[in-house]
Design a protein around this ligand. Structure first.
Ligand SMILES: Cc1ncc(COP(=O)(O)O)c(C=O)c1O
Length: 368
């Protein structure tokens, strides 16, 4: 917490809107829309997963529809495809950005057009705070007549070329304010869309699909997915420090990069013109060169009660998705095998980071 949240929560209590609606929720949606800039409509929801679920429902994903998606993502970024009965096809990452491999995607789109099997939607993931290549993806989605749903759950505060912010892409983008994100509402998410009709439909579906009537009337089914006014108040306080947090995360990333500058260790790249939020510092380590594996590091840190996590396990490697089509050459598999997210919290002090660095250098130096 930044210190700005309690006053906002007190305002929410004073407003008496202890409910999934109210002035703080309206203000939070407006604040995010202002921050992202552009003609966008924002709908505050109970989680990023709920936002993705609604986005897919509104995009018209139904049982059996193909959805093409980055394999390297978190469960919450794929499960909503299953809720809708969609059939995923997984794609590998591009080594230049560690985000969706667009050349491969384009090749497959060409092939799919020949056999009349264009996917209903494409879901690229902004990985670890880095934007996907929005302009190319938007051009492809429009050329091939498919919906583009950008998963920006991990990238609020980051930007693409010319400063275009993450969360502004595609037909719709989704954000997450889960407790581990760069800003949080404890739990929460947002659907951001350029289509006003989609935002209206999201609000309708997120509040149990109530038709206009004095009694409860339903011509379709909905969900209880709206963000609480109290949680939105936390979000308003957090927005005051978003830019500082991005600056701090980028600083933490650079400090790690300087400390571990050596053969066999590579950090997540940042293409020219992009500005990652560096939500998590992600690196890969080659044990054949350094003599140290990512598990050696993870376990050493754990001895000192410091948590580090392997990079996401690609979805095509998960038992749940065994046998699902995968287009790629296994970059994501190698990243999982060798990759680690280091402690990256914005409130981590330099001394705490130096402790992490020290434990890792001890391991590396012992092998050299
Ligand atoms: C890429 C990605 N998509 C979706 C989600 C789901 O968001 P939430 O946890 O708010 O449901 C997350 C993270 O939590 C994520 O990292």
């Amino acid at each position: 917490m930044s210190g700005h949240e309690e006053a906002r929560v007190a305002d929410a209590f004073a407003s008496k809107f202890v409910a999934p609606l109210g002035p703080q929720l309206d203000a939070f949606e407006e604040r995010i829309s202002e921050y992202l800039a552009g003609d966008l409509h924002c709908v505050g929801l109970s989680s990023g997963s709920a936002a993705l679920h609604l986005a897919l429902r509104i995009a018209g994903i139904e049982r059996g529809d193909e959805v093409w998606i980055s394999s390297m993502t978190f469960a919450g970024g794929i499960f909503p495809v299953i809720y809708q009965g969609g059939t995923p096809r997984f794609f590998d990452l591009d080594p230049a950005s560690w985000t969706l491999h667009i050349d491969r995607l384009e090749e497959e789109l060409k092939r799919a057009r020949r056999v009349n099997r264009i996917p209903k939607a494409i879901i690229p993931t902004d990985l670890y705070g880095q934007s996907v290549e929005l302009d190319r993806l938007e051009a492809l989605a429009s050329e091939y007549g498919t919906r583009l749903v950008v998963d920006s759950a991990e990238s609020l505060g980051a930007s693409f070329k010319q400063g275009r912010k993450c969360g502004t892409g595609g037909d719709v983008s989704i954000l997450s304010f889960n407790g581990n994100k760069i800003i949080t509402t404890s739990g929460g998410g947002m659907l951001v869309t350029r289509h006003k009709k989609w935002a209206d439909e999201a609000r309708f579906l997120a509040t149990q699909a109530r038709d206009a009537a004095p009694h409860y009337e339903h011509s379709t089914y909905g969900y209880n997915y709206r963000l609480s006014n109290i949680c939105a108040a936390i979000g308003l306080g957090q927005m005051e420090v978003l830019d500082d947090r991005v600056a701090r995360r980028r600083e933490i990333f650079e400090r790690y990069k300087t400390a571990f500058y050596r053969d066999g260790i590579d950090f997540m790249p940042e293409p020219d013109g992009y500005r990652s939020s560096r939500w998590l510092t992600a690196l890969i380590i080659d044990p054949a060169i350094t003599g140290v594996s990512r598990e050696d590091i993870r376990l050493r840190l754990l001895e000192f009660k410091i948590e580090a996590r392997p990079l996401w396990k690609p979805m095509h490697m998960q038992p749940l998705f065994s046998g699902t089509t995968y287009h790629g050459q296994g970059l994501d598999e190698r990243l999982f095998d060798r990759g680690l997210c280091l402690p990256s919290g914005s409130d981590m002090t330099n001394e705490q980071q130096d402790e992490v660095i020290g434990h890792i250098l001890d391991l590396l130096d012992a092998k050299n």
